[in-house]
Design a protein around this ligand. Structure first.
Ligand code: ATP
Ligand code: MG
Length: 371
């Protein structure tokens, strides 16, 4: 189905606090859409049910992190007056949609999903994949379509999920009735933000890998992390030529540093290009570039930290925000579920024609037997 509205859905798994990878990969895009008022409806979901698919034995971890993710959202400036923040498990229609959509997807199609493949490896699930985890791309399709979202701001690792959701929508609309909307991903425009590396040089900053700078880290923690970041292991002495490729300090500078930052903190260089050339030539120490990066990251994190401290003093209020958001999300998702069930013709009690048809059928039978 086509929609003239701009409806946005995104979410995060409450498996830990949010970090700079989330910030540049997805949060920043949401914030920009919110602040530009460039949307009709926006839903931000704390994906606890999805997080349970690979944390079945540790529900406490998920339970503890819902509030952390909510605090992170509020601290970056997501505004519950403008958008709907809700908890996935509190919207039962999502589970029901997942169940019906799973009839439209084959096991081999799920097995081909590169992100899921990678995550299975990462979690050592090879021999024992929980069915729920294996199915999570289907549940993600339910989350997106339940809100008739056409825009999903995500990091690059989520592209196969969006593709899967689009396929489900096409199948559903073809087989039953044209009621669902095909979503589109929005990726960060800065290519280094597609998948921000970890401070250890790993290709992805991830909660599960413990290699992140968290939005809620203290000033001291951020300093310790930045100053101990992985760089070029062959750049031992200041005068050694250094490599800027696969060097996360430079990747972060690509994402965060502006020419204005150079004028303010490193005026001997016009821009990142000049800094890179010096590093590659030799004569530029890691401490200098790390201190520069630290300053820039602190400028981003400091206001977030202050706002977080304020919300940390209003926990009851934050839970109320989630409760009200979940209520709103239920209204929207139930409406889609109603359309889906109608399209699948499993809305028996609303279908007066069906009841009349069956009354007629058995009246006829009665008549026939009396003749
Ligand atoms: P987990 O390890 O539990 O899967 P995660 O760190 O991958 O956690 P998610 O909650 O799965 O975080 O991802 C939330 C959103 O953040 C997704 O849109 C994802 O693409 C994006 N994202 C996560 N890590 C990064 C990163 N390092 N760079 C860019 N985007 C990221
Ligand atoms: Mg993930």
């Amino acid at each position: 189905m086509k929609s003239s509205k701009k409806i946005i859905l995104t979410g995060d798994r409450p498996t830990g606090r949010l970090h700079l990878g989330h910030f540049v990969g997805s949060l920043r895009n949401r914030l920009e859409l919110q602040n530009k008022k460039d949307y009709d409806e926006m839903y931000v979901m704390i994906a606890d049910a999805q997080a349970l698919t690979d944390n079945a034995d540790n529900p406490e971890k998920i339970r503890e992190n819902i509030i952390e993710v909510a605090l992170d959202y509020l601290s970056i400036g997501l505004d519950p007056e403008k958008i709907t923040i809700f908890i996935q498990s509190q919207v039962p229609a999502l589970t029901e949609l997942t169940f019906y959509y799973s009839n439209l997807v084959t096991v081999s199609r799920l097995q081909r999903n590169p992100t899921v493949k990678n995550e299975i490896k990462l979690r050592n699930f090879e021999a024992n994949i929980p069915v729920g985890f294996f199915n999570y791309p289907i549940s993600q399709a339910a989350d997106i379509t339940a809100f008739q979202a056409n825009i999903v701001p995500v990091g690059e690792d989520q592209l196969p999920m969006i593709e899967q959701a689009r396929e489900i929508v096409r199948s559903f609309n073809r087989i039953y009735k044209d009621v669902l909307i095909e979503p589109k991903a929005i990726l960060p425009t800065n290519k280094n933000a597609l998948r921000l590396p970890g401070i250890d040089g790993n290709a992805k900053m991830s909660k599960s890998l413990g290699n992140g700078i968290y939005l809620a880290d203290t000033k001291e923690e951020v300093k310790r992390k930045v100053m101990s970041m992985y760089t070029d292991p062959n750049h031992v002495h200041v005068e050694d030529p250094g490599n800027v490729e696969n060097n996360p300090v430079f990747t972060y500078l690509e994402v965060f540093a502006s020419d204005k930052d150079f004028r303010k903190y490193l005026p001997q260089y016009q821009n990142l290009e000049e800094l890179k050339i010096h590093y590659q030539k030799g004569g530029l120490g890691d401490v200098t570039i790390k201190k520069f990066l630290l300053q820039i990251i602190e400028n981003i994190l400091e206001p977030i930290r202050l706002r977080r401290a304020m919300y940390e003093q209003q926990i009851e209020n934050v839970y109320d925000i989630l409760k009200i958001g979940s209520k709103k999300a239920n209204i929207r998702a139930n409406e889609t579920l109603r359309l889906v069930k109608e399209a699948m013709a499993i809305n028996y009690f609303e279908d007066e024609d069906l009841i009349q048809k069956h009354i007629k059928k058995y009246n006829q039978k009665e008549k026939d037997s009396n003749e």
